[in-house]
Design a protein around this ligand. Structure first.
Ligand code: KG4
Ligand code: ZN
Length: 396
């Protein structure tokens, strides 16, 4: 079986083709091709993601990326006619893509060359994320599903992050190994910060979440205060690492930040107060030196990581989980990785991180989540199904 996966929930347009074989419960996957077109450079000019601008970028990038991904997966285009009558097909596609005129125009011009490939299903992210951008991916999936007459599998982006750990060490071929359930998953991205109890694949319960900003969002906002470019996470992380390597002690006494909700009984987080504390700190320092910036970056990263690690450990203990899965863009953070690894070693807990490439948004993880759900339920949606709705706040 081969599947096409599409991800457009935020600022990365991502596509993948996966080949699936073997047992239904423990299939083997092969990544035939996967591509990510990042909009980071565009959004960096504005210091953040504007949904309507992101939507236009997805609409512009999807078809060229799709053609590239299909080609790399070994599907060649030819002039074979589609079995459906042309006029009715075009009318239908116009309806499906009525809100994505640019994508429609590109698709209609590519249509004569779009041979039906040996793809069995399309997996697409339906939420959570930015609704305008999610719709572009969904409508593109609907158009292809209509042309090729194959089912669509709606995928929860967060489940994608949980299951993004299977391809380790940039393997092209990997098995879905059985994990020791229950597993705790810490999902930390630009839009989410959640602790999820995973009782099995497809069985998730959010047991803790941020009450305001997501961890990645806090990194991005603090980076902005420090005049660092978007996305701020990697930039803060770099500065913090320099401060640690230099054993910077200058101004470290005045640079102290709170650890919000560190001792609360729940598994929730709050990062907006931390961000405000940084704002006050900068205001009180009056003139921000390069060393101040480094010290703030280190203290801020220490604060975020300390709370994340402490609450994750609490959840592991409470739910008697022996395995931890970390996912989302902030999972790329070196300090978080090293602190979590240290804690898990001490507590004899297995910890798995996705590869750096698959930590941030990608379509491979959407393909894995969608395929496993499709194999379990054999349920796909048709292009006109009411199940195919973008849900910006979709939860487990
Ligand atoms: O999962 P992701 O690619 O997109 C969302 O679904 O949000 O996560 C992006 C977020 C951004 O906020 C970015 O600043 C953060 O992940 N991030 C990091 C690092 N790399 C990316 N945060 C801290 N340290 C990093 N090394
Ligand atoms: Zn994400």
């Amino acid at each position: 079986m081969k599947i096409l996966a599409i991800e457009t929930s935020c600022d990365e347009t991502a596509l993948a083709v996966l080949e699936v074989s073997g047992r239904k419960t423990k299939p083997t996957f092969r990544i035939l091709s996967h591509n990510v077109a990042s909009q980071i450079e565009l959004h960096a000019q504005y210091g953040g993601v504007f949904p309507m601008m992101a939507k236009r970028e997805h609409a512009k990038n999807l078809l060229p990326l799709f053609i590239k991904t299909m080609k790399e997966a070994g599907f060649s285009s030819s002039k074979v006619k589609s079995p459906k009558s042309k006029e009715s097909q075009i009318a239908k596609l116009k309806k499906i893509l009525e809100r994505e005129p640019e994508l429609l125009a590109q698709l209609l011009s590519a249509l004569p060359k779009l041979t039906k490939p040996a793809i069995d299903a399309i997996c697409v992210t339906v939420g959570p994320g930015l609704e305008p951008t999610l719709w572009v991916g969904i409508n593109f999936a609907r158009a292809l599903s209509y042309i090729w007459d194959i089912p669509i599998v709606p995928v929860n982006h967060m489940e994608g992050h949980v299951l993004s750990i299977f391809p380790q060490k940039n393997q092209k071929q990997f098995k879905v190994e059985s994990l020791k359930f229950p597993v705790i998953s810490l999902l930390v991205s630009g839009g989410h910060t959640e602790i999820v109890l995973v009782k099995g694949i497809g069985k998730y319960k959010v047991v803790g979440r941020t009450r305001d900003d997501a961890a990645g969002e806090a990194f991005d906002k603090v980076a902005r205060m420090l005049d660092l470019p978007y996305p701020g996470g990697p930039e803060i992380s770099k500065l913090a690492e320099i401060a640690r390597n230099e054993k910077l002690i200058i101004s470290s006494e005045k640079i102290k930040l709170p650890r919000p909700m560190l001792y609360t009984k729940d598994f929730d987080f709050s990062f907006s107060g931390l961000k405000t504390a940084v704002l006050y700190l900068i205001r009180d320092l009056k003139k921000l030196t390069e060393n101040d910036k480094k010290a703030i970056a280190r203290e801020f990263e220490n604060a975020v990581v300390e709370v994340l690690v402490k609450k994750t450990m609490k959840a592991l203990t409470k739910y008697k989980a022996r395995s931890l899965i970390v996912g989302g863009g902030v999972a790329a953070n070196k300090h978080l990785r090293s602190e979590l690894t240290g804690m898990c070693k001490k507590e004899k807990i297995d910890v798995v991180f996705p590869t750096r490439e698959l930590s941030t948004d990608n379509a491979v993880m959407i393909g894995i989540a969608g395929t496993l759900s499709y194999l379990r339920t054999k349920k796909g949606a048709r292009y006109d199904s009411k199940r195919l709705v973008a849900d910006g706040n979709l939860s487990f």
